[in-house]
Design a protein around this ligand. Structure first.
Ligand SMILES: NC(=O)c1ccc[n+]([C@@H]2O[C@H](COP(=O)([O-])OP(=O)(O)OC[C@H]3O[C@@H](n4cnc5c(N)ncnc54)[C@H](O)[C@@H]3O)[C@@H](O)[C@H]2O)c1
Length: 241
């Protein structure tokens, strides 16, 4: 599982640990990742923390290798790590665009390449965390939205390519949640049209991190059954109209 130092992935890690799963958790933030690892261990599971930068393809392969070296098998890959730069379109830098695509799309791509041979051996699952931004235009988030739309597309293509196997591939598309990333939206200090942000802020407030974590845990489990190639919208209606 990627991104487990904070926010949504940390919640998923603790949920899966409580259910008895052993975990390989991956994040850039080593200190916060260790805190998640210790909290998960206190629930009784074995944890392999891998502190690494998933923007680099070789680190994605290394992360899967570490999981296999420790546990000898892989039942689910949860691609949850993500980055977001909130900025007017003309001010997005090449570095911001590159990092956004590398973490939000390329890392799940390379992690899936490395993980699929192992997931085929266990009738396993891939769960990709997209966003409502994959389905609607979102002002000041052009790079982020494009990266998440690409991730949904990857989900569907893998579902087709592995349709004749037992592998399950799915995605979840949350709306705004109360996490570090959620706080970043609107944090830009320049001149913005707030009405454009309200357009995708929704009518029901923030989405519960715990609800989304519950869905990811379900999709990662054998109970997800026939759910293959789809994306669960958990945005309190934002993408509906
Ligand atoms: N928070 C929201 O409002 C919201 C809405 C829709 C979708 N999402 C998606 O949910 C997922 C989780 O986000 P969150 O809200 O928990 O945010 P978060 O910032 O709390 O967590 C993201 C995690 O990804 C890690 N990460 C970032 N770059 C990395 C890299 N190069 N290598 C390894 N790890 C890296 C961070 O260290 C962090 O722990 C993301 O994919 C995000 O796009 C979030």
């Amino acid at each position: 599982m990627t991104g487990a130092a904070s926010g949504l992935a940390r919640a998923v890690a603790l949920k899966l640990a409580a259910l008895g799963a052993d975990l390989c958790i991956v994040d850039l933030n080593a200190a916060a990742l260790d805190a998640t690892a210790n909290d998960a261990r206190s629930l009784g599971c074995a944890v392999e923390p891998v502190a690494t930068d998933l923007a680099r393809p070789e680190n994605c392969i290394l992360a899967v290798d570490r999981a296999i070296a420790r546990f000898g098998r892989l039942d689910a890959l949860c691609n949850i790590a993500g980055v977001l730069s909130f900025s007017p379109f003309t001010q997005v830098t090449a570095a911001q665009l590159h990092t956004t695509l590398a973490v939000n799309f390329s890392a799940p791509f390379f992690l899936s390449q490395a993980a699929i041979p192992h997931l085929l051996a266990t009738n396993g699952a891939i769960v990709n965390v997209a966003s409502a931004a994959a389905f609607i235009g979102e002002a000041y988030l052009a790079a982020y939205a494009a990266s998440k739309a690409a991730l949904v597309s990857l989900t569907k293509s893998l579902a087709m390519e592995y349709a004749k196997t037992s592998l399950r591939v799915s995605a979840v598309a949350p709306g705004g949640m109360e996490t570090g990333m959620g706080a970043e939206i609107g944090g830009f200090k320049g001149d913005l049209d707030v009405g454009l942000i309200q357009r995708y802020s929704g009518l029901r407030g923030r989405v519960s991190v715990d609800d989304v974590a519950e869905m990811i845990a379900l999709l990662a489990s054998e109970q997800s059954g026939a759910f293959h190639g789809g994306c669960v919208h958990m945005d309190a209606g934002i993408s509906a109209g």
